[in-house]
Design a protein around this ligand. Structure first.
Ligand code: MTE
Ligand code: MO
Length: 367
């Protein structure tokens, strides 16, 4: 497949669906598995290709008008991996989810045209990220009280889209977010950060759309004026008739979603008890409750949660189901989060298909 050449890790077809330069985790491959996504199953979203970077040669250059004494790349404050490892280490389980996760359902379920990768619900993963707080690095680099924006940039190849040069992947973060809970991660689930996920070092921005979590970070601009890039002006905003006045603000927090750990259109036997497994999550808060319908949405029942709800993580749930009649059935799962947001029946359309949050009709065949 065309996508394989841009991704370094082997992609067993039972773990992944390959989509262009990307690989989507198959939910059925997570069935009944642990809280975190194994690195071998974690989705890959690459704008170009995975670069192989020698960890001992890797450098992070921090510069810009928002620093004391490092106004340009030439006089940047430079960190190697060894310096980072000498700073206080932090480890946190945090979801990374593409802004376009679930995009395919705008067409498949709502009959709406959108541009971009046709993800199902597998452009998400939960890993334990170990690294340092971006705040510690910025303080060491001499961030001043005049700084407003912080823009990490990747070392992967510059991106061309529709004949237009966009440059290297980069997206500004407001200083307040950068100093709050953002990590520079060098380990993923106890292993050195794999090449496909940004090794040697990536940014991890909890609760925000995946594009914020810049992989293969090579430099960080800290500015005393607002910064822009195509990834916060033309991409990763909501455009379309339902979003007038030039589009929404740049996307930040993720929304609320649920998925069954089950293949689509799978055959299940009538007259037997099956265990339905799934997970729900929200970038707007913690998951409060999950309801499941096994009859296309007529009746709903609460699904017991297997994990205590935590910020920036999913909760697993599980429910027995004994289908009586043969034929196609739509399974539905609907989460409500601590912000009071319940997954709607329909997601508000936007031309690039971001932030899909509607309840997905998961068709299975009872045989
Ligand atoms: N960072 C760089 N440098 N280049 C990229 O193509 N893709 C982004 C983000 N960081 C990307 C990047 C997008 S769109 C997402 S959803 C996440 O990385 C995916 O992270 P993963 O590949 O580790 O799952
Ligand atoms: Mo993404």
């Amino acid at each position: 497949a065309a996508g394989l050449a841009t991704v370094v890790k082997p992609l067993p077809p039972e773990h992944y669906r390959v989509l262009g330069t990307n690989a989507e985790t198959r939910w059925e491959a997570l069935r009944g598995s642990g809280f975190t996504t194994p690195n071998s199953h974690f989705f890959v979203r690459n704008h170009t290709a995975t670069p192989l970077i020698d960890p001992s040669a890797w450098r992070l250059r921090v510069w810009g008008s928002g620093l004391r004494g490092a106004p340009s790349p030439e006089n940047a404050v430079v960190f190697g991996l060894r310096e980072l490892r000498r700073l206080p280490a932090v480890e946190r389980a945090v979801l990374v989810e593409c802004a376009g996760n679930g995009r395919g359902f705008y067409a498949w379920q709502q009959g709406q045209e959108v541009s971009g990768t046709d993800w199902g619900l597998g452009a998400i993963g939960l890993a334990r990220w170990r690294g340092v707080r971006l705040a510690d690095v910025l303080h060491r680099a001499g961030v001043t009280s005049r700084a407003v924006d912080v823009m990490p940039r990747g070392l992967d190849a510059p991106v061309t889209s529709g004949g237009v040069e966009l440059g290297r992947v980069r997206r500004p973060l407001p200083l307040a977010k950068a100093l709050d809970d953002v990590l520079l991660a060098y380990e993923m689930n106890g292993e050195p950060l794999p090449p496909d996920h940004g090794g040697p070092v990536r940014v991890v921005v909890p609760s925000w759309v995946g594009i914020s979590s810049v992989k293969w970070v090579g430099d960080i601009e800290v500015s005393d004026t607002a910064l822009h890039s195509p990834w916060n002006t033309e991409l990763y905003r909501l455009f379309g008739p339902r979003h007038p006045e030039g589009g929404s603000a740049p996307l930040t927090r993720q929304t609320v979603k649920s998925a069954f750990e089950l293949a689509r259109d799978i055959e299940v036997r009538a007259g037997r008890t099956h265990r339905l497994h799934g997970r729900s999550w929200s970038g707007l808060g913690t998951v409060r409750s999950v309801e499941v319908s096994t009859d296309g949405g007529a009746r709903w029942q609460r699904a017991p949660l297997r994990d205590s709800p935590r910020r920036d993580a999913w909760v697993r749930w599980e429910l027995p189901w004994r289908p009586a009649r043969r034929g196609p059935v739509d399974l539905l799962a609907r989460a409500t989060d601590s912000a009071g947001r319940t997954q709607p029946a329909e997601s508000v359309h936007n031309t690039q298909g971001y932030l899909f949050d509607a309840v997905v009709r998961h068709r299975v065949q009872v045989v």
